[in-house]
Design a protein around this ligand. Structure first.
Ligand SMILES: C[S@@+](CC[C@H](N)C(=O)[O-])C[C@H]1O[C@@H](n2cnc3c(N)ncnc32)[C@H](O)[C@@H]1O
Length: 263
C-alpha cells in the first residue's frame, strides 16, 4: 500500500516493467490474455458481489443517468459489465436517449463487451458504443461528457495524475467522475482474512482457471501498492475536482471515489 515512507506511487508498475511504456504494454497484453475467463473469475472470486458493486456505482450516478441526453464514458470498460450496468440504470430511470460509450485498449476484452452489448442495445432506447482507446489519451473534445466512470481500471493506469487530468479535460463543467476500485481493508480481523484470501487463494484459483498465473498474482500485488483511498482523494482534489469523497463497501475492500468538475 502506498505510504508516506515509500516513494510516491505514480502509476502501476508490474513486475519487470522498467518504465511507463513497458508497464502499458504489459497491462494491455495481460488483459487481452485473460479476456476469455475474465467474467467467470470476477463472479467466482467475488462470490458474485462484483455485480452488486457495479449496480451500486451506477445507482450513485442516477441523477446524471436520468438526464434525457446524458453523455457517459466508461473508461477501461473491459468486457463491459459496468457499461451495461450504467445502461440498465439509465433505462430504469426512464432516460431515453442516454449515450454511453465503453472504452478500453485491450481488443479481446472489448470484443466481448461488444458481443454482450448487442442484445442490450437492440432492446433499449439508450445507445451504447465501444471504442478501442488508451485511457490516457482519449479522442474526444474537452467538455464532452456528463459522467466518466471506471471500474477497477484506474489502478492499472501507468500514470494516475495524467489519467485524472484527461478525465477532467473530458468532463463538462458540473460533470462527475466515479472510480470504483479495490482497497485493502483496515479492520484487524477482516483485513487479515482479506489479505490471506487475496494473496493466497486468488492467485491460485485465478491462475488455474485462466491459465495465467502472473495476471492473478499481479492483482493482489497491484492492490497492495495502490494509493490508499485518502491519497487518491487528495490527488483528485489536486487535479481540480471538487466535492471529492469516497464510500467504502464490503468491509473496506471496495471504494467508490467521486468528484465533480466545476470550471
Ligand atoms: C480489471 S479490468 C476492469 C474491467 C471492467 N471495468 C469491469 O468492471 O470489470 C481493467 C481494464 O482496464 C483496461 N486498461 C488498463 N489500462 C488501460 C489504459 N491505459 N487504457 C485503456 N484501457 C486500460 C484493461 O485492458 C482492462 O480491460
Amino acid at each position: 500500500m502506498g505510504s508516506a515512507t515509500q516513494a510516491p506511487v505514480t502509476g502501476t508498475r508490474p513486475e519487470g516493467a522498467a518504465n511507463e511504456h513497458e508497464a502499458r504494454q504489459y497491462v494491455r497484453r495481460m488483459f487481452g490474455d485473460i479476456a476469455a475467463r475474465y467474467d467467470l473469475l470476477n463472479h467466482l472470486l467475488s462470490g458474485n458481489l462484483d455485480r452488486l458493486w457495479r449496480r451500486g456505482a451506477a445507482a450513485a450516478f442516477d441523477h446524471i443517468l436520468r438526464l434525457p441526453s446524458a453523455r457517459v464514458l466508461d473508461v477501461c470498460c473491459g468486457t463491459g459489465d459496468l457499461t451495461l450496468a450504467l445502461k440498465r440504470r439509465a433505462t430504469h430511470s426512464c432516460s431515453a436517449g442516454a449515450r454511453i460509450i465503453g472504452s478500453d485498449f485491450a481488443h479481446p476484452m472489448l470484443a466481448r463487451a461488444a458481443e454482450k452489448g448487442r442484445a442490450a442495445i437492440a432492446s433499449s432506447a439508450n445507445q451504447i458504443s465501444w471504442l478501442e482507446a488508451d485511457a490516457l489519451n482519449l479522442p474526444f473534445a474537452p467538455g464532452t461528457f456528463d459522467l466518466i466512470t471506471m471500474g477497477w481500471g484506474f489502478r492499472n493506469l501507468t500514470n494516475y495524475e495524467s489519467g485524472l487530468r484527461e478525465f477532467f479535460r473530458l468532463l463538462r463543467p458540473g460533470g462527475e467522475l466515479g472510480i470504483l476500485e479495490c482497497a485493502e481493508p483496515r479492520g484487524a480481523l477482516f483485513g487479515s482474512l482479506f489479505r490471506f484470501y487475496f494473496r493466497n487463494v486468488v492467485p491460485k484459483v485465478g491462475g488455474a482457471v485462466s491459465g495465467n498465473g502472473a495476471a492473478y498474482a499481479y492483482l493482489p500485488a497491484s492492490v497492495q501498492k495502490f494509493l490508499v483511498p485518502e491519497q487518491l482523494a487528495r490527488l483528485m482534489s489536486d487535479v481540480g475536482f471538487v466535492n471529492v469523497g469516497y464510500k467504502l463497501w464490503t468491509g473496506g475492500s471496495i471504494a467508490l471515489h467521486t468528484g465533480r468538475r466545476t470550471r
